[in-house]
Design a protein around this ligand. Structure first.
Ligand code: ADP
Ligand code: MG
Length: 256
């Protein structure tokens, strides 16, 4: 029974690197269909939390449940398959491949079975390939990448490359999308459309979003709820208005 159950349940998560406590007993939930912002100064632990959610890092203590299942039991290479997709603070794309090819990689990362069937020419391969092609095209259209679909990623402007990374992440049909600083390096125009795009990802693709972002206008404008970290600890959680006005958040950002 999934009624009333959070899609993501983070409970007392701590991560240490030697003497550094990157995350210190962090707990919060993300509900299905929510856009949740995650803010905090540099070094607060935001990327570390994303890396735990993608199983790149192990938690030293605490637990994370996704869709009711403990993440610690999931193999790390299967994260796309269980429904968690992500983009990276630094782009992670196949730069010599085209936009369409990158989207197709995302389609196939959803189920390894697809790769195996193709490799051994098993029945169903043609149908799976046709579905992947169709899904890639849908996302290329959704992200406004139609005019550059056959172009090599390395030749495209940075803002366009960031949309290709979104296409690749969304192609695996995640239930939860982790966005690590999607606004970084975007020009004013691209920034304006990013907020609407994140809402569209939630509303039209029914994907829950956890958003790490330094651009306060964007994160406060688009999020249903915001969680603030500082030095690995959660210092505030609430509506954008509540978090923006929280004394600890103001102090963290003013460095006082
Ligand atoms: P944020 O994304 O909020 O800027 P990070 O999660 O990247 O913060 O970093 C939190 C803290 O953990 C920092 O002090 C950082 O130096 C440290 N840290 C992150 N990853 C590693 C790592 N792989 N090895 C050692 N220290 C790390
Ligand atoms: Mg970071």
């Amino acid at each position: 029974d999934r009624a009333g159950q959070a899609l993501l349940h983070i409970d007392g998560v701590s991560v240490r690197f030697g003497g550094i406590v990157a995350l210190d007993g962090v707990s919060f939930d993300v509900q299905r269909g929510q856009i949740c912002g995650l803010i905090g100064p540099n070094g607060a632990g935001k990327s570390t939390l994303f890396n735990c959610l993608s199983r790149l890092y192990e938690c030293n203590s605490g637990s994370i449940h996704f869709d009711g299942h403990p993440l610690s039991t999931m193999p790390r290479h299967r994260m796309a398959g269980i429904g968690i997709g992500r983009t990276f603070q630094n782009l992670a794309l196949f730069r010599t491949m085209t936009v369409r090819e990158n989207a197709l990689v995302g389609c196939h990362s959803q189920h390894h079975a697809g790769f195996l069937r193709n490799a051994f020419r098993l029945p169903g391969a043609a149908r799976i390939e046709a579905q992947a092609q169709e899904r890639a095209q849908t996302l290329i259209d959704f992200l406004g990448l139609g005019s550059v679909a056959e172009r090599t990623v390395a030749d495209l402007p940075f803002g366009t490359q960031k949309r290709v990374e979104l296409a690749r992440a969304l192609a695996a049909q995640p239930q939860l999308l982790l966005l690590d600083e999607p606004a970084a390096g975007l020009n004013h125009e691209e920034l304006e459309s990013l907020g609407a795009l994140i809402r569209d990802i939630r509303d039209r693709l029914q994907v829950t979003v956890l958003l790490v972002e330094h651009h306060m206008g964007l994160v406060m404008g688009v999020s249903d709820k915001v969680v603030a970290l500082n030095f690995g600890k959660k210092i505030a959680e609430g509506t954008p208005a509540q978090v923006r006005a929280h004394p600890e958040v103001i102090r963290a950002y003013l460095g006082a």
